[in-house]
Design a protein around this ligand. Structure first.
Ligand code: ANZ
Ligand code: ZN
Length: 854
């Protein structure tokens, strides 16, 4: 008894990690003719420690990679770090560390923890976006986009902190104030760089049709974001201003319902008025306090300023006022709207506030409800258009306005060009130079990368690159004269828009090695959070199209299948002072949670997203020490479907731990002693050669498990895959020596168990595999195949119902004849039929017999 080997993950896990690393088993390369599978999980921002949410995320990808490898695919499963960005710069400002130092220290720690999770990454392909080896190709792509007219400069609004003299990101604006200085944020217009993503708007919408393995809601979100709309752009004559007012509307059918017009605070007409009208100037000023985010503008209370100008309705000749309104955006359409308060929510709110007339021109909606009716319907109060449907009226109004020479139909996109300029340090320098003689000049390709300087001080005031004493001074690449570098850096979304292509050939001396990129791309399985449904996934689709047009990749769409995983939630714990105590510092005494440090009991709050503010993250280093990572992998995959949010509980983790212990004991302490250990003694017995009923059932259970787990693996149903293995382990526990065949079947069951569990819990299974006598690794060992004849049931259960109520069960052969099923069913439920007349008896083969009787 004493020599029984116990399950000790703290010994088993590091041992296998070292062996895998030593043998470099995850290293991959192109193999002509072999089917490939590129499995990618969105790379992390190196913020410090990993928690079980990260673990769950990366485990999904690891399971897919291991399963695909076993199924004979050549697997690419890389990892890296999305490592430029604001937190490093903020840390520099607050703690005086260098952004690079802070970042690389975090990367080292996270990489170490990722390795301790046993993921099958080919680390030789690691991509770290803040290294010059990577960002020089950001710069190269930028220059090639500049050449093609896909990168350009224009004036655009930013959030300006007047105290720190710096541009703020939207997330640095808190309640309209700068996050650090607390100063009221202003809007400023400065020259910035843009990528012309709108050039691909139609193609990005059309491509969505081909993405059939993406969640519908993500495709819908992208479509809404691009927001293609067909409308009419036309000009109103204006009393008091030259040139008229040009508006864009998607509802030309409501033209007769116009009762005023609204213009953006930045509209030229508003600006012109402000020169002479102090009230207008003050209102425009006030609007600028709103910040630049569309969300803020959307949420703010609708406000306006009445101008002295009036539009003249092109069909009625009536005059209506023009307002400057805080919700009209200069960047969309013409920056001016014809307002129809009866049929537009914002116009309605506005009209109520300023007591403007509301004229209903579309029939429909509930009269008793306040608010606008925004649906379609038959026209009314519309003169010559009365009675027409909205669709018909749209056409007629457009034709009419066009024939008057006032306008034309136009397709607009909600999607804007992508502003990539950031006035900060920790990002990729934009490789252009300003020369007094030559203007804006591209840096020469052979001068790339333009490196970030390292000797920089961070005060939070101003732009560190612009303030650096020497960095920006350079020679003009064209004339050789004195010139200055662009001091803007690129939005970090640029970095993550093409990293998946770089993994295919991370050492290439070009954006990609084209052959390698063509071999590996598209990514077959892309796993990440739903929060990336729009920006990252849209920018990546855009970049991939640009790279496709430049020949760097061979496909237009980068990600064939997209899986959006849920979050791992956890309770949070508070002591009497209200301070949050990390779950790792909590111990349980029965139902009472106590702080380990003080022994005092704690308040337990409901399950929430793991966050710094609630201090409820379960960090992996505590998991490694208590359960080992296999347990955490099993638990996070078992608690629910991949897409759903999941609740972390200690009791659940313990359940997973006990399950692995049971699997271990099946090999090391079998109730059935003496299952064959030597390969020469092992026999695989077909079901047709088994005599004993229990043996047959066991054989069937094993092969049904193989079948079910294989199906679940293909469908990303990891929770039911694990449930199936739990069932199999229970069955194996109950095996006794029924016949001479039984020990062989038991061994067959063990091997299936270990192989099927391997993608989810790679360490324990690798150990057990070796304990079963194998010397090779399970990575790439062929996936088990179910024997077809062992999947067929010898007997099935038919449910018997009388008038819809369950009254009995029949155990029958699966191919029982209908007449026999009926006869046996009637016999089975005879007592429930006493005194009744049978009207009908219906057999649903394989499932039930229903008797209708009165
Ligand atoms: C009149 C109207 C009547 C409108 C009605 C809507 C409903 P989408 O569909 O997103 O393209 N609009 C136009 N330019 C705008 C701007 N710069 N800022 C804010 N709103 C603007 O939206 C187009 C509609 O949004 C347009 O159609 C216009 O209002 C408004 F019953 O015109 B509509
Ligand atoms: Zn020059």
């Amino acid at each position: 008894m004493t020599d029984v080997k116990r399950y000790n993950p703290q010994a088993v896990e590091p041992k296998w990690q070292q062996t895998w690393e030593k043998n470099d088993i995850y290293k991959t390369h192109e193999v002509a003719g072999q089917p490939k599978s590129y499995v990618l999980t969105m790379f992390p921002y190196p913020s410090g420690n990993l928690h079980v949410g990260h673990l769950a995320n990366y485990t999904i990808g690891d399971i897919v990679a291991r399963h695909k490898k076993a199924c004979g695919f050549n697997v690419l499963h890389p990892m890296g770090f999305d490592s430029f960005g604001l937190p490093a710069e903020n840390a520099a400002i607050k703690k005086g560390v260098s952004p690079a130092g802070w970042t690389f220290q975090n990367i080292a720690q996270m990489k170490d923890e990722l390795k301790r999770c046993g993921f099958s990454y080919d680390w030789s392909r690691e991509v770290v976006t803040c290294t010059p080896e990577y960002y020089r190709f950001n710069q190269q792509l930028f220059l090639e986009m500049l050449d093609k007219g896909l990168a350009y400069q224009r004036e655009s609004m930013v959030n300006w902190d007047p105290v720190d003299n710096t541009v703020l990101a939207n997330e640095q604006v808190v309640d309209g104030k700068g996050w650090r200085s607390g100063a009221k944020v202003e809007r400023r217009s400065i020259r910035q760089w843009f990528f012309k993503i709108t050039a691909y708007a139609d193609d990005l919408i059309e491509g969505l049709q081909t993405l059939t393995a993406w969640p519908d809601r993500v495709r819908a979100m992208q479509e809404n974001w691009i927001g293609r709309s067909e409308g009419l752009e036309f000009t109103f004559d204006v009393e008091g201003a030259e040139g008229g007012l040009r508006v864009y509307t998607t509802r030309p059918d409501t033209l007769m319902g116009v009762t005023f017009c609204s213009i953006a605070p930045e509209h030229p007409l508003a600006k012109k008025l402000a020169e002479t009208d102090a009230g207008a100037a003050a209102f425009i000023q006030e609007c600028q306090g709103l910040g630049t985010s569309e969300e803020a503008i959307e949420k703010a209370e609708k406000k306006g300023y009445k101008t002295p100008y009036q539009i003249i309705h092109p069909l009625t000749g009536e005059k209506h006022p023009i307002y400057i309104a805080n919700f009209v955006l200069m960047g969309y359409g013409t920056g001016a709207v014809m307002a129809v308060p009866a049929h537009d929510d914002r116009d309605f709110e506005f009209a109520k506030k300023y007591n403007l007339p509301i004229k209903k021109v579309i029939q429909g909606g509930d009269e008793s409800l306040p608010g606008a009716y925004t649906g379609k319907g038959a026209l009314t109060n519309s003169g010559e258009f009365d009675g027409l449907s909205s669709e018909e009226a749209k056409k007629r109004v457009c034709t009419k306005i066009a024939s008057m020479g006032r306008g034309e139909t136009k397709t607009l996109y909600r999607l804007r060009d992508w502003g990539i300029s950031r006035q900060r340090y920790w990002g990729c320098p934009i490789p252009v130079v300003y020369c007094g003689q030559c203007g804006v000049v591209s840096e020469k390709k052979e001068n790339l990368p333009i490196l970030l300087p390292e000797d920089v001080t961070f005060t939070g005031v101003g732009n560190p690159l612009a303030l650096h004493p020497t960095w920006k001074h350079c020679a003009c690449p064209k004339c050789g004269g004195k010139a200055e570098r662009e001091t803007d850096t690129m939005d970090t979304f640029v970095d993550s828009s093409w990293y998946f292509a770089r993994y295919t050939s991370p050492q290439a001396n070009d954006v990609t090695d084209r052959a390698a990129a063509k071999y590996w791309l598209p990514v077959d399985h892309y796993i990440g959070g739903i929060e990336h449904a729009v920006l990252h996934l849209l920018y990546s689709r855009f970049f991939n199209r640009v790279m496709y047009d430049l020949g760097y990749v061979g496909v237009k769409e980068p990600f064939t299948k997209l899986v959006t995983q849920g979050m791992v939630l956890n309770a949070s714990y508070q002591d009497e002072s209200g301070a949050y105590i990390n779950p790792g510092d909590v111990e349980w005494e029965g139902p009472v949670a106590k702080a380990k440090a003080t022994g005092k009991s704690l308040k337990v709050n409901r399950q929430e997203k793991m966050s710094k503010s609630k201090n409820n993250g379960v960090f992996l280093n505590t998991v490694f020490d208590t359960y080992g990572v296999d347990t955490a992998r099993v638990f996070t995959m078992f608690i629910g479907p991949v897409e759903a949010d999941k609740e972390w509980t200690e009791s659940g983790a313990e359940g997973a731990w006990r399950f692995l212990g049971r699997v271990w004991n099946l090999v090391h302490q079998p109730s059935l002693k003496g299952y064959p250990q030597n390969f020469s003694d092992i026999k695989t017995i077909k079901i047709s050669n088994l005599e004993n009923k229990n043996d047959k059932e066991l054989k069937r259970a094993i092969h049904k498990a193989i079948h079910k787990c294989s199906q679940d693996a293909e469908r990303y149903q990891f929770n039911t895959w694990i449930a199936c293995l739990m069932e199999l382990s229970n069955r194996l526990q109950k095996v006794e020596a029924w016949s001479e065949a039984t020990p062989h079947l038991y061994r067959e069951g063990l091997e299936a168990m270990v192989r099927l569990l391997n993608p989810i819990a790679p360490h324990i299974t690798e150990e057990l595999w070796h304990d079963l006598g194998y010397t090779s690794t399970l990575w790439g060992h062929p996936w088990p195949k179910a024997e077809a004849d062992a999947l067929v049931d010898e007997e099935i259960t038919l449910v018997v119902q009388v008038n819809g109520k369950l009254r009995g069960r029949l155990v029958v052969a699966p191919d029982i004849a209908e007449a026999e099923a009926k006869a046996r069913a009637l016999e089975e439920v005879a007592e429930h039929l006493q005194g009744l007349t049978i009207e009908k008896c219906v057999v649903v083969p394989g499932r039930l017999v229903n008797v209708v009787a009165r």
